[in-house]
Write a protein that binds this ligand. Structure first.
Ligand code: SF4
Length: 192
């Protein structure tokens, strides 16, 4: 499923990187900083990005796979309680275990000043380009949803939901309660 969509998603990531390359030259971000991976509350993804991560996690050996699943469950619980928590994919050395397939939320964020616990400082033009790219990804994933990484992976872990999504179908009524209580957006209804 969705080979074309996966390809198009990579193109959208690449296009964004090209568009903001000049801005990112002044970024203060360094490998191993990971402030934005610990304040993971805003890491929202689409189901298209989620299924790519889901497939990768399925290839992990034990005990890593169980550790990631436990971390995601913890992220979900903490998020439900309004607590920001360390991303389940962040390694002890503060690098990302799924770096090559990290979602767009983790790609666009940078800061021209060292964050040191504060919010990142990003060029307004880059922020606007990021917002446009998010919309494009949601349009591309028109049969899917958007929400916090732990919520989308929780849904994809349900066989019925995953199979329906992989068939390109969507039945939002099936996840209505979870969706409403967890701020899940139906991509096709997100205004352009
Ligand atoms: S997926 Fe990777 S880059 Fe994104 S928040 Fe988690 S550890 Fe950080």
């Amino acid at each position: 499923m969705k080979i074309e969509k996966r390809k198009k998603l990579k193109e959208l990531y690449s296009q964004y990187e090209k568009d903001v390359a000049e801005f990112k030259k002044s970024a203060a971000c360094v490998k191993g900083c990971a402030n934005c991976c610990i304040d993971v509350g805003n890491i929202d993804i689409t189901t298209l990005e989620g299924i790519i991560i889901y497939d990768r996690v399925a290839t992990f050996e034990e005990p890593l796979k169980s550790r990631i699943k436990a971390g995601l469950a913890q992220n979900k619980m903490e998020r439900e309680n309004g607590v920001l928590s360390r991303c389940a994919f962040l390694k002890a050395d503060k690098t990302c275990i799924i770096y090559d397939i990290r979602p767009f939320s983790c790609r666009w964020l940078y800061s021209i000043k060292k964050c040191d616990g504060a919010s990142p400082t990003i060029h307004r033009r880059a922020l606007n380009l990021a917002k446009q790219t998010v919309k494009k990804i949601q349009q591309l994933d028109s049969s899917g949803y958007s929400g916090h990484i732990s919520y989308i992976l929780f849904l994809l872990d349900k066989e019925e939901f995953r199979k329906l999504y992989l068939r390109g179908k969507s039945k939002p009524q099936k996840i209505a309660y979870f969706g409403q209580s967890h701020g899940i957006m139906i991509n096709r209804t997100v205004p352009l």
